[in-house]
Design a protein around this ligand. Sequence first.
Ligand code: SAH
Length: 293
Amino acid sequence: MSKLEYGSLCIAVDELKGKRHLLRLKEGGRFTAMYGFVEHSDIIEGGDGCFVNASKGPGYRFFYPTYGDYVMNIKRKAQIIYPKDTAAILMWGDVRNGQRILESGVGQGALSMAILNTLGGSGELVGYEIREDFAVMSADFIKEWHGEAENHRIEIRDVYEGIDGEFDRILLDLPEPWHVVKHAETGLRNGGIMMAYLPTIIQAVTHVETMKASGYFEEIETFEFTKRPWKIDGRSVRPEMWTYNHSAFLVKGRKVSVKPEKPAKEEKPAKVEESAIEEITETTEVIGTTEEA
Ligand code: SAH
């Protein structure tokens, strides 16, 4: 894996313009682009990170593609979650191996690949996708990038209609994720995390309000991430003129059990003996305290 050989994927980076092309290496294959061609055998001989001159002069740098190279260079039919947001979903959604994760919709499968990578063959990823053609397309892309995954399945169904089973995480990239909140009351375990990816703030507001009204979600946070590239070239050291400014908002919430009713009349706390306070201090271990996560 992650080696340039016949059958593997490869990314070619244009020496002059930095343009990136995704290709698959084949025996007898030839990569043809702006500057003529490069034989696949020369790429394999050079190995990961090699430079090969093309037949018409300038050349290309060849690498085994990263996750970002792959998802950004495949032919896309669905709007994918970009890698900067995928990274945030995995971290703030606290995705880790062994978990049961529900993802909806599956779209191109870009987020699915990142989740499967984190699960590392453990746990389970279930995708609910309403469009059969997208389910088939994403399964092919996931197989191409990740290989066969026994802990993954895609079900063709509408997540707004309900969720079967109970999950540790629910990750949503849908136009109206608030329809899933009521299903998460049983479909997400207590303490589990739900995250939604929402392009507009109006969607985020509706989603947050629905979560609050349900009474089953706390630790609700709304945020977005910006990747701000800088140019560092001699004395020219400054942010790039262009920035990919907005992709989407992320809304996170943690499923809780419903608060018990407060007793009608507050009971006076019993007087605590000095010796008992000492005992509590000794047996209570607080590892750290912070205002924000
Ligand atoms: N996160 C994906 C892209 C998802 S695009 C990626 O990174 O590749 C949104 C997907 O949600 C589309 O495929 C769409 O068909 C699907 N979808 C929309 N409404 C749905 C619903 N109610 N139930 C299940 N899937 C739905």
